[in-house]
Design a protein around this ligand. Structure first.
Ligand code: PLP
Length: 359
């Protein structure tokens, strides 16, 4: 039986993506060949790449606005250094918002390239909130933030208005909510959280921000080279890109980001209402900054852990233990997780309350 999969990533994808991608591995487009054994330069695969890149811009509302979508490798983690390599001037500086482990990793890489100003950090409070009211230096080459903090369960609800390029790591909430994506000059996201199989990273860049650093960039790390090569500078992660295409087609068919946003809000409301109502649970993130993708919560009495763990496992739930830096539980409610799965978890939380009240 299919589990209720709350894994933080790699994670649940739409069932039709699993089925169609499995079919393509066996016999791609009825060609008598597997997706995995054809040239990435073949007509059929070039069409996949082109359609996926176009669909990204269409769904984000960025068509005809000077943006390019690329499918690269090395994970979101490689973007931590590609961003400063391509955007930080040789004698320049960059501004970063420190909202979690991934933001912090991005900061560490930027420091290898030049002056890296941390405009604000919630590290002292174990990243339980999103700092606000910070000032971004107007002479920084760019500002970098992380839209959703996968580990700590916080999400930026309002982004600053800036006159310098804004870069955002959207690995764990891309395509999950409506934003004015044209406010961002560079967006990146590892595929494996809301888009497809692990192995590729989406990078969306406003072309005009490139070529301003005075740096010599190794070819494979140069966004300009990837754009020129139409995201085929080297062999792309063909399977992972194909799964992204299938997921984005699924998203478009159900009504795009606006439609999924409503479902994501319903899922998050259902779970957080129970966390707040049920005296056996408590949330870890400040309420106004709670993530609609990754909900982090604790048992108020750790003695209930054994029984609760047994109960959710028996209900067919998978993947909710929290990250070791927060503990407790983390329910990742990515786009493909159905509302019914959240109801199953909420029902288990209620049953625990009943059981405990009888003891
Ligand atoms: C998972 C994650 C990453 C790391 O992604 P990789 O593809 O494993 O490098 C970076 N940033 C955020 C916000 C993440 O959730």
């Amino acid at each position: 039986m299919k589990k209720h999969n709350y894994s933080a990533g790699p994670c649940i994808l739409p069932q039709e993506v699993f089925e169609k991608s499995a079919q393509a591995v066996l016999n791609f487009n009825n060609s008598g060949l597997s997706l995995l054994e054809i040239s990435h330069r073949s007509k059929d695969f070039v069409a996949v790449m082109e359609e996926t890149r176009a669909l990204v811009l269409e769904l984000l509302g960025l068509e005809g606005k000077g943006y390019q979508a690329l499918f690269l490798q090395g994970g979101a983690s490689l973007e931590f250094l590609m961003v400063p390599y391509n955007l930080m001037k040789t004698d320049g500086k960059a501004a970063y918002l420190d909202t979690g482990t991934w933001a912090n990793n991005a900061i560490k890489e930027a420091q290898l390239f030049g002056e890296t100003i941390v405009v604000a950090s919630s590290k002292e409070d174990n990243y339980s909130f999103i700092p606000k009211g910070y000032k971004v230096p107007t002479d920084a080459n760019y500002f970098h933030c992380t839209s959703n903090n996968t580990i700590f369960g916080t999400q930026i609800k309002s982004f600053p208005e800036l006159d310098i390029p804004m870069v955002c790591d959207m690995s764990s909430d891309i395509f999950s909510r409506s934003l004015d994506f044209s406010k961002f000059d560079l967006i990146y996201a590892g595929a494996q959280k809301n888009m497809g199989a692990a192995g590729t990273t989406l990078v969306v860049i406003k072309e005009e921000i490139l070529n301003k650093t005075g740096r010599t960039i190794p070819s494979i790390l140069d966004y300009g080279k990837h754009i020129k090569a139409e995201s085929m500078y080297n062999t792309p992660a063909v399977f992972a890109v194909y799964t992204c295409l299938l997921t984005l087609q699924w998203l478009k068919n159900i009504g795009g980001i606006a439609a999924i946003e409503k479902i994501n809000e319903a899922k998050a409301n259902l779970l957080y209402s129970e966390v707040d109502r049920n005296p056996l649970f408590t949330g870890t993130a400040v309420v106004e900054d709670r993530s609609n993708m990754n909900a982090t919560f604790l048992l108020t009495n750790p003695e209930h852990q054994e029984i609760f763990d047994k109960m959710w496992k028996e209900a067919g739930i998978s993947g909710i233990p929290g990250h070791r830096s927060v503990g407790g539980y983390r329910a990742s409610m990515y786009n493909a997780l159905p509302l019914e799965s959240v109801q199953v978890l909420v029902d288990v939380m209620k049953e625990l309350e009943e059981l405990v009240s009888k003891q």
